[in-house]
Design a protein around this ligand. Structure first.
Ligand code: GLC
Length: 477
């Protein structure tokens, strides 16, 4: 049996700030069902203590030495659906209001990574593979090679490293290498972890992992180019032979309109007409929109950042609202975007509504109650919302980039094929053109619309096929 340790900065059901947490909360579970011994290690953040402390079992405390750091770590564990989660407790490093974004992130995550590797001898379990994710864990492959040099049990481990978003790289001053990670400056001098006169955790992961993956086939190709490569495209091209693109799935137990307890009425591919109608009505009532079952309701659940293409939307709000459309937005982020949506709500009372915050339960109801889901990302390594939308019979309207391109096939008016709508250029005129076209189909060609919804339901958004590919990846190592 294959044994794998996942090391990550966040993971459901314990803690989430972005899509990474969805993957950590669902892929290991899918692999555990296939007989793998999969375990996960996370920092014990304040938010986990607040919500889940009663589920944690204390393992023990050991001193962690990493460069100049000499601090104790206390280990905890918890089991969820066949997957063991380990947690690393350190009051000063992790018991803060946020997960990341502190000036000492380099030191905090150096400690985390070293403690994650020390976990193996603390619990006396040495997996065949360690699978690390994003910048928070990019030093793991190198650390496990050079910081445990004499220990065969570490040297035998193979390393997979997954890039969920190349834009967040974990770049720190060079001293972090010696002082916090306890790694020789040789690796800075020879260029392998050096980036911009400092060090890059992300780059180190790319250079030293046995296999590098990212979360869609298209993004795996895009990041080899200067447009998407975030100045790491050359290093990535160097690892091209070992770079795999595997599209994410979603947790189809959590996201299931047939059993979802958070929505007004359950439905599936056979009962979606009445199901979506009831959910639309409930959403309109909850959000203070005009209650109309014939209107096209468009939803958006997102971080309001440049990545998600929000400026393309905020530039065209009046034009969008000129269509016979209701618009619900859930999310927080850049101030300009938040202000634009606040303005939208006040200017179009009963027609547009903005919920400034994150609310997982409301998100379920938006997916269930909307007809169309808008996601015109500038770049998108994979994207999770378009997958959830399809699972709820809500047609995604996306820009053709990264995972959006791989998972949404645009409506073809000649064959009736497709499970959504898409456009390619970064020009908002093109987005508006497709939005007008989608609106026209919704109002004037319901048979075609319903066929698209059926196709969306039939799209496999589970981990099934992608878990096969991860298995193949692990065996190839
Ligand atoms: C990041 C990416 C997103 C991807 C997620 C999970 O949040 O921006 O596209 O779906 O990671 O891999």
């Amino acid at each position: 049996m294959k044994s794998i340790l996942y090391v990550a900065g966040e993971g459901l059901p314990f803690i989430k700030s972005g899509g990474l947490a969805d993957v950590i909360g669902s892929l290991p579970k899918a692999l555990a069902r296939r007989g793998y011994d999969v375990r996960i290690v996370l920092p014990l953040y304040q938010k986990i203590i607040d919500k889940h402390y009663d589920k944690l079992e204390r393992i023990g405390t050991v001193p962690i030495h990493s460069g100049w750091i000499n601090q104790p770590a206390t280990y905890y564990k918890s089991e969820v659906e066949g997957v063991i989660y380990y947690f690393i407790e350190h009051r000063d490093y992790f018991e803060r209001s946020e997960l990341y974004g502190y000036p000492d992130d380099g030191e905090r995550f150096a400690f985390f990574q070293r403690a994650a590797l020390d976990l193996l001898y603390v619990v006396d379990w040495f997996p065949e593979i360690i699978h690390s994710h994003d910048w928070h864990t990019g030093m793991i492959p190198l650390m496990s090679k050079v910081c445990y040099g004499g220990d065969d049990r570490y040297q035998r481990i193979k390393h997979a490293y997954t890039i969920h978003n190349l834009a967040f790289q974990g770049n720190f001053p060079p001293e972090v290498l010696g002082q916090c990670l306890g790694i020789d400056y040789y690796f800075y001098d020879n260029g392998s972890v050096r980036f911009d006169g400092g060090i890059s955790f992300m780059k180190s992961g790319i250079v030293f992992a046995d296999k590098v993956t990212t979360v869609s086939h298209t993004y795996a190709q895009e990041i080899l180019t200067p447009e998407f490569g975030e100045r790491l495209e050359e290093v990535l091209r160097f690892r091209r032979e070992d770079l795999w693109g595997i599209v994410n799935g979603i947790d189809t137990d959590v996201w299931n309109p047939k059993t979802d307890k958070l929505i007004a009425k359950n439905y599936d591919a056979r009962s979606f007409i009445s199901g979506k109608k009831a959910n639309k009505k409930a959403l309109q009532e909850e959000m203070g929109l005009e209650v109309r079952d014939d209107v096209l309701l468009m939803g958006m659940v997102t971080r309001l950042t440049r990545q998600k293409g929000v400026t393309m939307i905020t530039e065209r709000l009046n034009e969008i609202m000129g269509l016979d459309i209701q618009f619900v937005i859930l999310g927080t982020g850049e101030t300009d975007a938040e202000n634009a949506f606040k303005w939208l709500e006040s200017a179009y009372k009963g027609k547009a509504v903005y919920y400034a915050g994150y609310n997982e339960e409301l998100a379920h109801r938006i997916y269930a109650g909307s007809d169309l889901f808008l996601m015109p990302s500038m770049y998108e390594p994979c994207g999770i919302s378009q997958l959830i939308s399809m699972r709820y019979g809500t047609l995604p309207l996306v820009r053709e980039t990264g995972g959006l391109k791989d998972t949404v096939s645009p409506y073809n008016q000649y064959t009736g094929e497709g499970n959504g709508f898409s456009f390619y250029s970064k020009n908002p005129d093109d987005m508006m053109y497709i939005l007008r076209w989608a609106t026209d189909i919704y109002y004037n060609n319901q048979p075609a619309w319903k066929k698209l919804v059926r196709n969306a339901f039939n799209t496999d958004v589970s981990w099934g096929h992608s878990a096969d590919l991860y298995e193949r990846l692990y065996w190839s190592m």
